[in-house]
Design a protein around this ligand. Structure first.
Ligand code: F6R
Length: 616
């Protein structure tokens, strides 16, 4: 949550900060602000609203200076307002702070600072840090920030600027929120993600937990502010420079009206990239970066999927895929609940943690918990260098490319495909009876990008249906077997993007209570692509039709039975049952998208949400 950007160099900081904030808006968008240092003065401008509101506030001002910090916020402590917007300063206005995360000891700090005479203006925990730096300052900026860092607890990333030290920024991070230093020619950048830096530099250093970086135009110096490294092995910053090979425009909208539509349409590529060089012609799966010992695979007594939101749904797909083939119990858990349940986990558990960002605090914490209990953790993540990728024992990267829209689309289909690869990989080391099925899945995976292209080609029909659905306020999704997690994901997408209330059920479960809510005309989307359970699904559809609900089928193109029975159907290409989640979800993503557009919603930045949830 929250986007941070900083610049120190030879150019005017403000346009660079604003460009960075625009790219980081997906991380939070309820208020925004900048602080620019020029000589010994510092200008702070901030307001409630989006980066565009900040730009309007700045219009007509002439703020120059070659050092600065900026922030776009997703509120945790204190409502979105001008006063709670970042940057926050100490009473004298000497130090300005932007911050992502939470100081867990903020209540106690607030009392202590008040007792010491500080006048605290905002409801945020961030402002307290600015006062702490000022109280610890005796001429050394670095020493003051380090001392302040020793007095806060929690998970956070922050950057501090000072009018007493123009030409210098200090950045620090602990636990989940990411912080990346970008290295240019006589200029340095710092930001919450790599993609916001791509237009300025492709050379980056990812800060590790407990590290503090001192940035001047020509140098970055990294120090520890916690005695014990929490994760990773440390090396001097100069040895840790990564060159990112993403094109500079990969995180741009490129003519699309919304990032979400662009990302939906990128799915054939994301799927093919995720499979590239991993699925061999003879049907074997080779995961070169992946050294999971066969002994761990053979001794696994359980596979445990962990994730949140859409990534949790990818875990549910994994459960339906893995359990029957590997003949091992598979459990799927919402990470935020799992870790507080004192779960029984041990060395014979193989944990698959799924996270697009690799920074979701709930997932990262749950992973740390299972690692303490001796489980082996495989991470499926989209972000190289993310916290999850660094703490996991083994990493299977999805290659979806940066996902900017808050609603996850291409990352989800890439996670599902990564599940297929992982299943085939694990099956190579465990006895099973499913060689033929897995061979067919391998063949189907090669055609999956084409199948998604065929769904995209039917976007106009989905749009026309969405425009009718958009007039309703309650929608139900039902499905069975692998269609059930897709019902959940379709429902989640619809809620986030169109604000239509929706619920998802295993189709056989509806009659155990929720059927009471259906009245004539209530929209129900029935996903019916699983051949083994198809007739049961048809019966469930009959139960709903008998209540005169408006049932629309999401069906395969060779389906005649439901197509004949229902007034409306969304048609997807027939693929192997185990692969059906992918074309099915793409149709539902388009449905949610077009409902959101029809209702005039903010597609890429739905209300109350943010992309990367780095607080628990
Ligand atoms: C929904 C969505 C969220 C995320 C969830 C986990 O469209 O994007 O539900 O899936 O916050 O995020 P990651 O995958 O980054 O851990």
């Amino acid at each position: 949550m929250c986007g941070i950007v900083g610049y120190v160099g030879k150019n005017d900081a403000l346009p660079i900060l604003m460009a960075g904030l625009t790219s980081l808006t997906y991380r939070g968008y309820d208020s925004a602000g900048v602080a620019v240092v020029n000589g010994t003065s510092m200008h702070v401008v901030k307001c409630a609203g989006k980066v565009g509101d900040l730009a309007a506030r700045l219009d007509g001002t002439t703020i120059t200076g070659t050092t600065g910090i900026g922030h776009t916020r997703w509120a945790t402590h204190g409502e979105p307002s001008d006063v709670n917007a970042h940057p926050h300063t100490d009473s004298a206005g000497d130090f300005a702070v932007v911050h992502n995360g939470i100081f867990e000891n903020s209540n106690e700090l607030r009392e202590r600072l008040r007792a010491q005479g500080c006048v605290i203006r905002s409801q945020t925990d961030t402002e307290l840090f600015a006062h702490l730096v000022a109280l610890n300052y005796d001429g050394s900026f670095e020493a003051a920030v380090k001392a302040a860092l020793s007095q806060v607890t929690g998970a956070f990333a922050l950057v501090v600027a000072s009018r007493l030290h123009p030409g210098m920024l200090i950045a620090a991070k602990l636990d989940t929120p990411p912080l990346v230093v970008g290295i240019g020619a006589d200029e340095l950048f710092v930001a919450s993600d790599i993609s916001s830096l791509l237009r300025f530099t492709k050379r980056v250093v990812i800060l590790e937990d407990g590290e503090m970086a001192v940035l001047t135009p020509k140098n970055v110096y990294v120090d520890l502010f916690r005695a014990e490294p929490v994760i990773g092995r440390r090396r001097p910053a100069s040895e840790r420079v990564l060159s990112v090979d993403w094109p500079a425009d990969i995180a741009e909208r490129g003519g699309y009206p919304h990032f979400m539509l662009k990302e939906i349409e990128e799915q054939p590529r994301a799927i093919r990239d995720t499979l590239r060089d991993r699925l061999l012609d003879d049907g074997r799966v080779l995961l070169e970066e992946f050294a999971l010992p066969p002994s761990v695979i053979r001794r696994a007594r359980r596979v445990l999927f962990l994730g949140c939101g859409t990534a949790f749904h990818a875990g549910l797909v994994g459960q339906y895929l893995f359990e029957p083939v590997l003949n091992v119990p598979v459990q799927v858990e919402v990470a935020s609940e799992f870790r507080y349940r004192q779960p029984v986990v041990g060395p014979d558990d193989l944990v698959v943690a799924i996270s697009q960002s690799g920074e979701t605090a709930d997932t990262v914490s749950a992973v740390r918990g299972v690692q303490e209990r001796g489980a082996t953790v495989v991470a499926i993540t989209n972000v190289v260098g993310s916290t999850l990728s660094r703490i996991a024992d083994h990493v299977l990267l999805t290659r979806a490319g940066p996902e900017i829209a808050v609603a996850s689309t291409k990352a989800f289909t890439a996670q599902v495909v990564a599940n297929h690869l992982l299943l085939m990989y694990l099956a190579q080391y465990r006895p099973h009876q499913h060689d033929k099925l897995l061979y067919q899945v391998g063949q189907g995976l090669r055609q999956l990008g084409d199948a998604v292209e065929r769904v995209l080609a039917r976007a106009d029909a989905i749009k026309a249906f969405a425009e009718r659905l958009a007039e309703h306020e309650d929608v139900y999704f039902i499905g069975r077997n692998l269609d059930e997690p897709i019902a959940r994901e379709g429902s989640l997408k619809l809620k986030e993007i169109s604000y239509i209330h929706s619920e998802a059920y295993a189709a056989g479960e509806l009659k155990h209570g929720t059927l009471a809510l259906l009245s004539p005309g209530t929209p129900v989307i029935a996903i019916a692509t699983q051949s083994e359970i198809y007739e049961k699904m048809v019966s469930n559809v009959q139960e709903v039709l008998a209540r005169k609900a408006w049932v629309t089928g999401l069906i395969a193109d060779d389906d005649t039975e439901l197509r004949g029975m229902l007034a409306d159907s969304l048609v997807v290409p027939r693929v192997n049952d185990l692969l059906a989640p992918v074309p099915n979800v793409v149709a539902l993503q388009l449905l949610a998208y077009h409902c959101g557009v029809a209702r005039g919603c903010d597609i890429d930045q739905p209300r109350n949400l943010a992309k990367s949830v780095t607080v628990e």
